[in-house]
Design a protein around this ligand. Structure first.
Ligand SMILES: *[C@@H]1O[C@H](CO)[C@@H](O)[C@H](O)[C@H]1NC(C)=O
Ligand SMILES: *[C@@H]1O[C@H](CO)[C@@H](O)[C@H](O)[C@H]1NC(C)=O
Length: 972
C-alpha cells in the first residue's frame, strides 16, 4: 500500500508500467558507492595492486582464554590512524571478524548486532591460535579440518576447509574503512594574475605535488562533506565514513540471498565481462512504487546474508551493517564468485558461516539472529485483504459471501481507511461505528482481523498517540538533534516514533491494551484481542523525503544519524508491535504482525510480504523467487500479494495466482484501492470452483505447513526449500527457483506462472518415484536428474509427492482453520522405490506458548519393508528425539501424556492411503488386532521403474488415534 502517486493510478493499468527509477539513487548517484566502485576499478587495472592495510605485528594478542585474537591495524596511507581488529571463533565454528577505528575523531555505528543478534555468541574454548611471522592461524572443528588464517601484511582473512580456500576477506585488496578526518578549508583560488608574471601562490598551485593517496582514494574528495541529489542536500557532519570490503568465495560458483530484490534466486552478476546487470544489488529499505520484476534495485527490506554454494560445499556470510549498502557480484570463472560490499557507514562486523552444508548454515545463522517465531496456526490459513473494506457492514458482507460459497478464510484485513484521517487506532466512526461488534461477528466463526498501524503519526494535538509521543519525547529529530522531524505521509504532516529509544517501548505496548488502565493514557479499548496488526510504511516511507524516505542526517536516540540505522528501522517497529500484541493478554498469546520492512532478525517478529507488486505474470513468477530468497535468509514467513497489488488480473491470472499463494508460507490476497473487487467468490465458473478447490487444498495441507513452520522455529531450516538446499550436490538444481519443496515433507510444487499453460516441466533430481498429488500417477526420476512433463491445465497445480514420504492431511472442508481442531487425519503414504516411507506431524494448541512447556504432539510415521511385510507405524517423536534443535526448550519439558495431547485423545486417523505397493496384499491388519477394512486398486506403474498410475491401497477407519502409538502390517 503506498505512495501518493498511486492515487493517480487508473483502475486499468497503463500499457507500460515503469518504476520511477529517478526517485532512487543508482550507485553513481551516491558518493560513497561511486568511491567504492572507483576503488575496485583502479584495483582491477593495476596488476600490482596491494591493500594498504596491515596488521601491526607487535600488537597481536590472544586473549588469556584463547577465545579471541585482537590486533592493531594500520593503513600505510595514514600511519597515524588506528584500527582494531578482533577475530573470534564461536562454539559452532562461525568466525566473527570485527574492525573499527579507535581513538578517532568520531564513532562509527557499532550497534547493528545489538538488535540483530539474539545474544552475544559463545566463543569456542577449543581453538588454539598460533602466532607466526606472517600470519595468525587456528585450526578447529570436530574434524579439525577448518582453519581460519589472518595474514598480516597485507591484511587478509581466509577460511579454509580441508586445505581449500572457502571465504576470503580483502583478498582483492578492496578493504577501505574511511577514517574520520577534519575538513580542510579549501584555499581561496588565486586570482589569475595580470600579464605573464606568475605569483608565488599560482606557482604553488600549479606545482602542487600529486595526491599521494590518489591511487587508493581517488584524486578528489568526492562527496565527502555534503551531497546534493535532486532537491535534497545531505549534510554530512561526520564526513566520509564508508566501508568497502571484498568477500570472495573461491570454489563456489553460485551465490544466493541478500534479499530483498526482484531477481533470480541464484544471483546474477553485476560487474565483470558479460555481467547480467550493471547496477550493484542495493540494500536500502525503500518504498519503490511499481517496482521492476527483474532488477537489483533495493526494495522494502534488507537481510545482508549470502550463501555461496558448490557441489561439495556451502558457506555463508552475514555482514552486520544497517547503512546503505551496494553489493557487486562478479564471476571470474564458473567456479568462483567475488563480491564487493560498499556501505555508507558502520563498523566492519562480518560473520563467516563455515557450513559445510546448507543445513549447517541455517543452524549457524539461526544461532546468531534467532529462528522464526512459530506463528499462530490460524495465520497459516487464507487472508483476505483489500485497500479497503470500507465499512463494518462491508466486512460483514464479505464474510457472508465467503460462507455462502463455502470458501474457507481465517482473516479479514483492514487497510488505512478504517482510521479517521489516517490516525491509526482511531476508528472512522462514520464507516466503522461499531468496531467491537464487527470484530466479534468475525471472531464468532473463529476468525481474526488484522488492522493496519503505520509508523507515521499525524501531527495534531487532538490525536492522543501523537500527543503522548510528544510529551514522552520519543520522536525522531531533525539534523539539529532538537527539532521534531516532520514529513508528509498518508496522515499529511506527520512525525515518526523513534523505536531506538527504549522509552518508547512500554508506551507503545500500552496503546494496544484493550482495557483502559488507570494511567489515563490511550488504550485501544474499542478493539479486542482478536485483532492483530499489519505494520506498513516502516522503511520508513515518507512521500516528500529523499528516496521516499527520511533524510540521512536526521537524528535517532543516542545521537546516531538515520543513515547509520536506516535498515534496522522497520525491524524495530515490528518488534515493538509484536511485543505489544503479545502483552495484551496474560498468559500471552502468539501475535501476528505483518511487516513490509525488515532486517536480519525480523523473522523473530512475524511475517513479511513482498510489497506492492503488479498484477502481471512476471511479478507472479518473481514473487516465488523472492519468497525463496527470504526463506534461505532465515525469514520463512513470507508471501506476495495474491492477484498483484496493482491492476485487474484476468480470471486466468487470478486463478494461477491463488495456486502460487496456496504454496507460499504466507497466503494473502490484496488489491489496490483503484482495482475492481476480486474476492474469490466474485469469479464466474469455472474459476470460482477452482479457487474454492485451491483454498480447500491449502486448508487440507495445513498439518504439513504447520509441521514445517515448527521445524523452522526450532532449527532455522526454511519452510519452503529450493533445490540446492534439498539436493546440495545436484548441480542441475543450483539455478532452479520456480519449483521447491514444502518443509521436509517431500511435497514438491511448481506453481504455474505462464499464461495459457496446459502442461509444465518439472525437474526430478534423483532416481526416485514421484507421485502426482491428485492423480497418483507415478513419475520416475533418474540418477543425475530428469525432466518430466506433467498436466497443468487451469484447474491443475503441478504438485508431486517424493517417494518415501508420508503426508498428514485433513480433508474436511471447514469455514476457518480453528474449526478443524477435532477433524480426523488422512495419511498419504508414498512408498519409495525401496518400499519405505517416513513423515512427521506436529500439533499444538496453535495460539499460546504452552508448547514451550511441552504441550504438543509430535509424531513420526514410518513405513518399513521387511521381507514380504510393510509395517506402517506411528511413534512419539517428542519422546524419541533428544533436544538436538537450536531451540530445544520444548523437548526438555516434554511428556507424552501432556494436557494438549490428552485433549486430542479422540481425534482419529480416518484413512491411510498407500501408494506404490507392488501387488495386492493378502492381508492388512493391526499388529495388536485384527484385519482392517481395505481396498486395493492395481496400478499400471510396475515396480521395475515404469511410469503409470500407482497402485492404491486405501485403509478405511484403521481404528487409530493421532496421538497414539500404533502399527499396521501389510502382508504381501
Ligand atoms: C561500541 O563502541 C563503544 C566505543 O568504543 C563501546 O563502548 C561499545 O561497547 C561498543 N558497542 C558494541 C555493541 O560493541
Ligand atoms: C525488541 O523489543 C524488546 C523490548 O520490547 C527489546 O528488549 C529488544 O531489544 C528488541 N529487539 C529488537 C530487534 O528491536
Amino acid at each position: 500500500m503506498r505512495a501518493i502517486s498511486s492515487l493517480l493510478l487508473l483502475a486499468a493499468l497503463p500499457a507500460v508500467l515503469a518504476v520511477k527509477t529517478e526517485d532512487f539513487k543508482t550507485c553513481s548517484q551516491a558518493a560513497f558507492c561511486r568511491r567504492g566502485r572507483a576503488l575496485s576499478e583502479r584495483a582491477g587495472q593495476d596488476p600490482n595492486w596491494k591493500s594498504p592495510y596491515t596488521v601491526t605485528a607487535d600488537t597481536v594478542a590472544i586473549s588469556p582464554d584463547q577465545a579471541s585474537f585482537t590486533a592493531g591495524v594500520r593503513s600505510s596511507l595514514y600511519p597515524d590512524i588506528q584500527f582494531s581488529l578482533d577475530v573470534r571463533v564461536h562454539e559452532d565454528g562461525v568466525v566473527r571478524v570485527r574492525m573499527d577505528e579507535v581513538n578517532g575523531m568520531g564513532r562509527r555505528y557499532n550497534e547493528t548486532t545489538s538488535w540483530a543478534l539474539i545474544a552475544e555468541p559463545q566463543v569456542s574454548r577449543d581453538v588454539q591460535w598460533k602466532i607466526g611471522k606472517q600470519d595468525v592461524r587456528a585450526v578447529y572443528g570436530p574434524k579439525k579440518d577448518v582453519e581460519i588464517v589472518i595474514f598480516l601484511s597485507p591484511l587478509k582473512v581466509v577460511l579454509y576447509r580441508q586445505g581449500k580456500e572457502q571465504v576470503v576477506l580483502n583478498g582483492l585488496g578492496l578493504l577501505h574503512m574511511e577514517h574520520f578526518r577534519k575538513k580542510e578549508e579549501p584555499k581561496p583560488a588565486p586570482e589569475a594574475p595580470e600579464g605573464d608574471v606568475k605569483t608565488d601562490d599560482a606557482q604553488a598551485v600549479m606545482q602542487a605535488p600529486p595526491n599521494p593517496r590518489a591511487w587508493f582514494e581517488g584524486e578528489t574528495e568526492d562527496g565527502y562533506w555534503e551531497e546534493t541529489w535532486r532537491s535534497w542536500t545531505d549534510s554530512k557532519p561526520k564526513g566520509p565514513q564508508s566501508l568497502s570490503l571484498d568477500i570472495s568465495f573461491p570454489n563456489h560458483g553460485h551465490v544466493y540471498g541478500i534479499p530483498q530484490h526482484a531477481t533470480r534466486l541464484s544471483l546474477p552478476t553485476t560487474c565483470g565481462d558479460n555481467s547480467y546487470y550493471t547496477e550493484p544489488y542495493r540494500l536500502w529499505n525503500s518504498d519503490v512504487f511499481e517496482y521492476l520484476a527483474d532488477s537489483t534495485m533495493s526494495l522494502y527490506g534488507s537481510i545482508p546474508v549470502m550463501h555461496a554454494h558448490s557441489a561439495d560445499s556451502t558457506v555463508g556470510i552475514f555482514n552486520a551493517i544497517a547503512s546503505d549498502t551496494f553489493i557487486d557480484i562478479a564471476q571470474p570463472d564458473a567456479k568462483s564468485t567475488y563480491t564487493h560490499w560498499i556501505s555508507e557507514s558502520g563498523i566492519l562486523d562480518v560473520f563467516i558461516m563455515p557450513g559445510p552444508t546448507p543445513e549447517d548454515i541455517f543452524a549457524q545463522y539461526a544461532r546468531l539472529t534467532g529462528t522464526p517465531a512459530l506463528p499462530a496456526h490460524w495465520a497459516l490459513g487464507y487472508h483476505q485483504c483489500r485497500w479497503n473494506y470500507v465499512s463494518s457492514d462491508d466486512v460483514r458482507g464479505v464474510q457472508k459471501r465467503f460462507d455462502e460459497e463455502d470458501m474457507p478464510v481465517d482473516v479479514f484485513w483492514l487497510d488505512i481507511e478504517y482510521a479517521e484521517e489516517h490516525k491509526y487506532f482511531i476508528w472512522d466512526k462514520k464507516t466503522f461505528p461499531d468496531p467491537k461488534d464487527m470484530i466479534n461477528d468475525v471472531s464468532e466463526l473463529a476468525r481474526k482481523m488484522v488492522v493496519i498501524i503505520d509508523p507515521h503519526l499525524k501531527r495534531t494535538s487532538s490525536y492522543p498517540v501523537y500527543k503522548e509521543a510528544t510529551d514522552l519525547d520519543v520522536l525522531i529529530k531533525q539534523k539539529d538533534g532538537q527539532t521534531e522531524y516532520e514529513g508528509w505521509c498518508w496522515s499529511g504532516s506527520s512525525a515518526w516514533v523513534d523505536f531506538f529509544n527504549p522509552k518508547s517501548w512500554n508506551w507503545w505496548k500500552g496503546l494496544f491494551k484493550t482495557v483502559q488502565s488507570n494511567s489515563g493514557k490511550f488504550a485501544w479499548i474499542d478493539s479486542t484481542t482478536d485483532v492483530h496488526i499489519w505494520n506498513d510504511m516502516n522503511e520508513p516511507a515518507i512521500f516528500n523525503g529523499p528516496e521516499i524516505s527520511m533524510p540521512r542526517d536526521s537524528i535517532h536516540y543516542g545521537g546516531w544519524e538515520h543513515r547509520d540505522v536506516h535498515n534496522l528501522n522497520g525491524m524495530l517497529f515490528s518488534n515493538q508491535t509484536y511485543q505489544a500484541v503479545m502483552a495484551r493478554t496474560n498468559p500471552p498469546m502468539r501475535p501476528f504482525v505483518l511487516t513490509r520492512s525488515f532486517f536480519a532478525g525480523s523473522q523473530r517478529f512475524g511475517a513479511m510480504w513482498t510489497g506492492d507488486n503488479l498484477g502481471t505474470w512476471e511479478h507472479m513468477a518473481v514473487g516465488i523467487k523472492m519468497v525463496l530468497a527470504n526463506n534461505i535468509a532465515g525469514f520463512s514467513f513470507s508471501g506476495s500479494d495474491v492477484g498483484g497489488f496493482f491492476g485487474n488480473p484476468d480470471p486466468e491470472m487470478l486463478t494461477r495466482w491463488y495456486g502460487v499463494g496456496a504454496f507460499s508460507p504466507f497466503f494473502r490476497a490484496h488489491a489496490h484501492i483503484d482495482t475492481k473487487r476480486r474476492e474469490p467468490y466474485l469469479l464466474e465458473e469455472p474459476y470460482k470452483s477452482i479457487l474454492r478447490d485451491i483454498l480447500r487444498l491449502r486448508y487440507s495441507m495445513l498439518p504439513i505447513w504447520y509441521t514445517a513452520f515448527r521445524e523452522a522455529s526450532v532449527t532455522g531450516l526454511p519452510v519452503v526449500r529450493p533445490h540446492y538446499v534439498v539436493f546440495p550436490q545436484d548441480i542441475n538444481g543450483f539455478e532452479i527457483d520456480d519449483q521447491y519443496f514444502v518443509g521436509g515433507s517431500g511435497v514438491l510444487v511448481k506453481p504455474v506462472t505462464e499464461k495459457g499453460a496446459t502442461e509444465a516441466t518439472v525437474y526430478l533430481p534423483e532416481n526416485q518415484v514421484y507421485y502426482d498429488y491428485f492423480t497418483n500417477y507415478a513419475y520416475r526420476g533418474a540418477k543425475g536428474g530428469k525432466s518430466i512433463t506433467v498436466p497443468a491445465a487451469l484447474h491443475q497445480i503441478p504438485l508431486l509427492i517424493r517417494g518415501g514420504s508420508i503426508l498428514p492431511t485433513r480433508e474436511r472442508p471447514r469455514r476457518s482453520s480453528p474449526l478443524m481442531k477435532n477433524d480426523p487425519f488422512t495419511l498419504r503414504i508414498a512408498l519409495s522405490n525401496a518400499g519405505n516411507a517416513r513423515g512427521e506431524l506436529y500439533l499444538d494448541d496453535g495460539v499460546s506458548y504452552a508448547h514451550k512447556e511441552g504441550q504438543f504432539i509430535w509424531r513420526e510415521f514410518t513405513a518399513e519393508k521387511q521381507g514380504k511385510t510393510i509395517r506402517i507405524s506411528s511413534a512419539d517423536l517428542g519422546k524419541a528425539k533428544p533436544a538436538e534443535a537450536v531451540d530445544g526448550v520444548a523437548l526438555v519439558k516434554y511428556n507424552g501424556g501432556n494436557t494438549f495431547a490428552k485433549s486430542m485423545d479422540l481425534v482419529r486417523v480416518e484413512k491411510l492411503v498407500v501408494l506404490g505397493l507392488d501387488r495386492k496384499p493378502s492381508r492388512v491388519k493391526r499388529v495388536d488386532g485384527g484385519e482392517l477394512d481395505w481396498s486395493f486398486t492395481a496400478g499400471t506403474a510396475a515396480s521395475d521403474g515404469k511410469e503409470g498410475t500407482a497402485s492404491i491401497l486405501v485403509i478405511k477407519n484403521p481404528v487409530t488415534h493421532i496421538a497414539d502409538d500404533w502399527a499396521i502390517d501389510i502382508n504381501a
